[in-house]
Write a protein that binds this ligand. Sequence first.
Ligand SMILES: [Zn+2]
Length: 423
Amino acid sequence: MTSALFARIDAAREDLIALTQDLIRIPTLNPPGHAYLEICEYLDHRLRSAGFQTRLIRAKDTPGDSDRYPRWNIIARREGQRPGETVHFNSHHDVVAVGEGWTHDPFTAPLIDGRIYGRGACDMKGGLAASIIAAEAFVAEHPDYAGAIEISATADEESGGYGGVAYLAEQGFYKGVDHVIIPEPLGHDRICLGHRGGWWAEIETKGEIAHGSMPFLGDCAVRHMGAVLSEFETKLFPAMAERRTDMPVVPEGARSSTMNINAIHGGQPEQEDDFTGLPAHNVPDRCRIQIDRRYLAEETYDGVRGEVTALLDGLKASRPKFDYTLNEINHVAPSMTDRQAPVVTTIHKAIEDVLGRAPDYVASPGTYDQKHIDRIGRLQNCIAYGPGVLELAHKPDEWVGVDDMIDSAKVMAHSLRQLLLDA
Ligand SMILES: [Zn+2]
């Protein structure tokens, strides 16, 4: 029964490879947001040929959108023969900077020993290609299906998704959607239920400038920041390390709360390497850090923010002349889809049927576009499932395995059977 569908996917192997290569060869670098229209037009042509109706949508005036780098998205939809549910595959089409250390050209997409190399191969043009092949095979094999299939390719996931999924959700594009599968590179046998939350902020301590030979006439903002860091070391980090989540976050270390200090700066700006002058001697009057706090489903945003401001306010009460400002940069709530949600049980069964074993459940240490589908789209039936090795994302010589894509495409197509035929 399923073998004809799977045979179609096996037969589409060369097409899958060519499609993945074509997508990688369009260098959708973010920043700045390059070639977004080009990749949407490519997909527009491909999906219209497969009977989808398409819409290209520019996320006007979202962060980074400009006439030079417009934030283009595409949503394609193919109606079935009768009423039913809508299954939506969402992939981001942007890729991160290339960086150093490549032994293959990042945008020619060579196929070597069953792997396609290139920036975006696993994160996530391989997943996008697999979902397209899955949908095309399903439609060809079961043209009488119920409901609808949607495939979207969206902008800017790598920089927060505000010109992509967030924009589409705000415009109401997820209103009639019942199931969302995001083919991020989790591997063909794992289901990603969600992600931790994130809170990003800048903290500045204040001081007073004076001559460096007479620091007692000023007030050193860097020493004040030292007191902040000392509070973090002795109180905040130990408290965070003790918290454990029930979320199946991988890697293991991310099952606790974490915080990175992304940057610190105080005093005179750093000089260029070729500057030959000597420094002037000043007491720094301000010092800044940027924090990246990742939090668990069991924590709250108010709690996370509150424990940082409580430490700062404690210093303000106890430390002479201490003052600070806290500037919030961004906040993303955790997202966690229930294991009994229909999209989860469907993919679970499909993985069992295709691979002959039960899937592992994971959650992501960092956020991805599920946050927008959950919070703005108000749909708690969304997971990440797709081909590729997560640890290769953003690295040099990123690759995706063709067999992995074939397996994932079978799982996706088999899920479509369960959701759009058996109902
Ligand atoms: Zn990604």
